[in-house]
Design a binder for this molecule. Structure first.
Ligand code: SF4
Length: 133
């Protein structure tokens, strides 16, 4: 009987010890989780800044281009899809394009009736079409 009790105590201690270790491991895991929580808190801040490359000030949203085409915010090409570049090409630039929407807020940038984002008047893309008065 004494052996039986001894064995029972040993098993109990072994089990208790194991449980304690698991418990500590659990605490460590939670501690790490809290650290991760800080990262999660930072994540919304990281995603908060909008990409202003594809947005324009409100006054350009449905403005009319030099050639008379109204801008449709739901039907625009990405700059990357039209090989948009910040410099003129062979004498062609946005300020002379029929799709160009002139600067309306004094920041020196305009918009485009068919390409998303603000547009530099000295830029160019493959959709360039000369504006003819
Ligand atoms: S050249 Fe391209 S981005 Fe510039 S105004 Fe014309 S269509 Fe728009």
């Amino acid at each position: 009987m004494a052996d039986g009790n001894g064995n029972s105590r040993r098993r109990f201690l072994q089990l208790t010890g194991t449980t304690a270790v698991v418990g500590l491991a659990g605490c460590s895991g939670n501690g790490g989780g809290d650290g991760g929580g800080e990262e999660t808190t930072e994540a919304p801040t990281t995603t908060a800044p909008p990409s202003d490359d594809d947005t324009v000030p409100e006054q350009y949203a449905t403005a009319t281009s030099l050639g008379g085409q109204e801008r449709d915010p739901d039907s625009l090409s990405a700059k990357s899809d039209v090989q948009y570049q910040e410099e003129p090409k062979e004498g062609q630039q946005c300020s002379g394009c029929t799709f160009y929407i002139e600067d309306k807020n004094g920041d020196g940038l305009g918009a485009c009736a068919i390409v998303e984002g603000t547009i530099d008047p000295e830029a160019w893309c493959i959709s360039y079409a000369p504006y003819q008065e």
